[in-house]
Ligand binder design. Structure first.
Ligand SMILES: NC(=O)c1ccc[n+]([C@@H]2O[C@H](COP(=O)([O-])OP(=O)(O)OC[C@H]3O[C@@H](n4cnc5c(N)ncnc54)[C@H](O)[C@@H]3O)[C@@H](O)[C@H]2O)c1
Length: 342
């Protein structure tokens, strides 16, 4: 019988609780420890997971001898230190994106993972979403043939708080990175980017030197071209669409309705056309609910099978490099080659 992996859940905020729920359903995982400096947060995670131990200090959870793997869902600025501590302790690591906001810190952290030889997975959950995973299979099987164009839309319902934005690394790193990672996942490595950012939603975001509306053009190494649109505010909810167009057709990961319900009405204008309303996803937590479960399932599966988890260190680093190139392009108002970002 295969082993059950003892998991420490580090961080029990918004995403931590989502991961806690998903860990509960995994055959080869048992949450044995939770850690969060905030008592109410760690109590909630402990009650949910029925973990034996609860720590204020995440390093104590990492050192717990019953812990084989850590799931890091703490604020971004703590990720690199916690990954290194886990690697030194020989524990497998799943970490929410990003590892860090600079290449230098990310590379140092990845070197520690490599030295320790521990399995590592980064939380680019869209790669595990059933539609994106299926699209990838078709692309790998050559069903689209030569890829010519990539198009992605990523819009959030509303901007995060200003306190969050101050330490987020900016719109390209914080929000666009998921679409940049999809571009690499579906099409391949990027040669050059040109990014524009504008402030259309909230002047205070501009005062931070950030944008709330962005368009990035991509030139891929294989010759394909791409465009990514991001907005921090979409009044109708979460808006995620991705298209890969090529020689033999196109793949479209479109918006699907959140539920099967359709509401048929007479419409607003008497005597006019009728209307059909469907339920729309509010945000990432409901749109990618399956993906968050499937990414942890894949992580555990890799541990059991002894294979390298994916997306791994290279994806964490290269998708960050692309987001940094877009940020530089936005700041300097010029095209930026990826080779400039090192
Ligand atoms: N993949 C995705 O789609 C996605 C979505 C949202 C957030 N995230 C990432 O998840 C991470 C957490 O985001 P969130 O929205 O859950 O944040 P959050 O603020 O809701 O939760 C963070 C939790 O970590 C706790 N914490 C702070 N310092 C800690 C430490 N040193 N050790 C242990 N716990 C600590 C806080 O008390 C809080 O409970 C971020 O890095 C974010 O980028 C990823």
């Amino acid at each position: 019988m295969s082993k059950t992996y003892g998991i420490a859940l580090l961080g029990s905020g918004r995403m931590g609780i989502e991961h806690a729920r998903n860990l509960l359903g995994l055959a080869h995982a048992r949450v044995v420890a939770v850690a969060d400096p905030l008592q109410t947060a760690r109590d909630a995670a402990q009650a949910l997971t029925r973990a034996e131990r609860s720590y204020a200090d995440p390093e104590a959870a990492i050192a717990d001898p019953n812990v084989d793997a850590v799931v890091i869902v703490t604020p971004t600025n703590t990720h690199a230190d916690l990954i290194e501590a886990a690697a030194h302790a020989g524990k497998a690591v799943f970490c929410e994106k990003p590892i860090a906001l600079t290449l230098e810190r990310t590379e140092r952290c990845l070197a520690a993972i490599e030295r320790a030889g521990v399995p590592f997975q980064i939380g680019f959950q869209r790669r595990h979403d059933p539609a994106y995973a299926r699209a990838k299979e078709k692309l790998a099987a050559g069903e689209v043939g030569r890829i010519d164009q990539f198009r992605a839309v990523g819009r959030d319902p509303a901007p995060p708080s200003l306190d969050y934005l101050k330490v987020s690394g900016g719109q390209f790193l914080d929000q666009g990175v998921h679409d940049f990672d999809l571009a690499r996942f579906m099409v391949g490595e990027v040669e050059e980017v040109m990014a524009w950012g504008a402030v259309r939603v909230d002047e205070r975001i501009g005062e931070l030197g950030d944008s709330d509306t962005a368009t990035t053009m991509l030139r891929f190494k294989n010759g394909a071209l791409g465009v990514i649109e991001n907005s921090r505010q979409s009044v109708y909810g979460y808006d995620i669409v991705t298209e890969v167009f090529g020689e033999k057709g196109k793949l479209l990961v479109d918006e699907t309705p959140k539920t099967g319900l359709r509401h048929y009405t007479a419409g607003a204008i008497p005597g006019g056309d009728g209307r059909i309303e469907v339920d729309h996803y509010r945000f990432f937590m409901d749109r990618f609910r399956d993906a968050y479960r499937l990414e942890l399932e894949a992580f555990l599966h890799s541990l059991v099978a002894g294979t390298a988890p994916t997306p791994g260190p290279r994806e964490a680093l290269e998708s960050l490099r692309l987001a940094l190139a877009a940020t530089l392009s936005f700041r300097e108002g010029r095209p930026v080659k990826l080779s400039e970002v090192s």
